[in-house]
Ligand binder design. Sequence first.
Ligand SMILES: Cc1cc2nc3c(=O)[nH]c(=O)nc-3n(C[C@H](O)[C@H](O)[C@H](O)COP(=O)(O)O)c2cc1C
Length: 380
Amino acid sequence: MNKIYIVHCWDGTKNDCWYPWLDEKISDSNNKVIRFNMPNTGTPKIEEWVKELDKQVDEIDSNTYFVGHSIGCQTIMRYLETKEVKRIGGILFVAPWLELLDEAVSDEESYNTAMPWLNTPIDFEKIKKFTNKITCIFSDDDYFVPINQKDKFKEVLGAKTIVVSGKGHISGEDNVFELNEIYDELINILKKKVLILSFSSNKVNEDSFIPNKKGLTFSCVEYFEQKIIESSNYVEHICINNKNIKRCLACGARGWGQCKDVHKCVIKDDFNDIYDYMSDFDVYIFITPVYFHEMSESAKTFFDRLKRCDAFNEKSNIKGKDIVCVACAGGSGSGTEETLNSFNTLNYFLNTNMIGSLASTKFNFENIKNEIDKIIKDKF
Ligand SMILES: Cc1cc2nc3c(=O)[nH]c(=O)nc-3n(C[C@H](O)[C@H](O)[C@H](O)COP(=O)(O)O)c2cc1C
């Protein structure tokens, strides 16, 4: 279940602007919208608003999303600054600002109210660690927010930016009670991008007990793909066995290479491209056959290098993200436990969040399908 917190604007309430419309349009069995009133809305104070948001939010996780409007966006950033870093699902800012036009602070009270928000610095590097899915929507005729804020948010948060035409401060005062760009972009942010990495070469297996005669690894890949698409999320699959991935050379002094500092591997093969590509995704599903009670050779080779490049990477785009691990064994199922234990170790070093760990054999594939259904229903 996704939890979407909407933080209203200065002098606003939870029932103003486009908030009730968005709530009604987005709420369903998988999306819960939480709207609430901030204290002293006419004279917002950082501590009071951050405290209220903190009170409203349960524990944050990968299914937590924030939508802010104007000063509500600042509140979200300042709230996240106070929390221990944990991956959240994403953020949508509508008419956010770090600087204001004179009109917004034209009288003494507005000026005094705005000053702490304008002058208290924000740790953007920390905010970026919560999510790389941040979109900001601006209007080209906003009378409070200078249009250069578009470039500012791109620069400090790496945000995607959208500019709509003629919507003022995108508020009720501008008669904006519905805005498709807000809905469409939130739907986009809510869509989880899932990358499946598989580690088997076995595409066709005439002895397979599985009806489509595919290997077990590929059958699991296909079932995940089908269910992820059905759940309106996005999925891609890379079969690592079809890629050129050489073994780690432990090339430098004391067994380390440039991977420790530069977080790239010196070997010129497909690894660095795949490692970069992983940044774009929200969830990783790793599916390997079990060979000799371990993950396959291609899996070991790939993860050896991934650990070295990512485990000590302060700017990792993998850290904190959700992973699902699947061990596909033969009839006995022996060795699945050891294989899944290795994934636990991988999870520890990558600092990821294991949301599923499945031991599949050719005899329990039907049960595994149920477990996959459950992971997608509960966690996506
Ligand atoms: C070299 C090799 C070693 C294997 N070792 C194990 C094992 O330790 N435990 C097990 O249950 N199955 C073992 N198997 C069987 C495979 O795990 C099983 O066939 C699995 O379905 C392979 O995945 P695939 O269908 O994607 O090829 C082994 C198979 C091979 C080829």
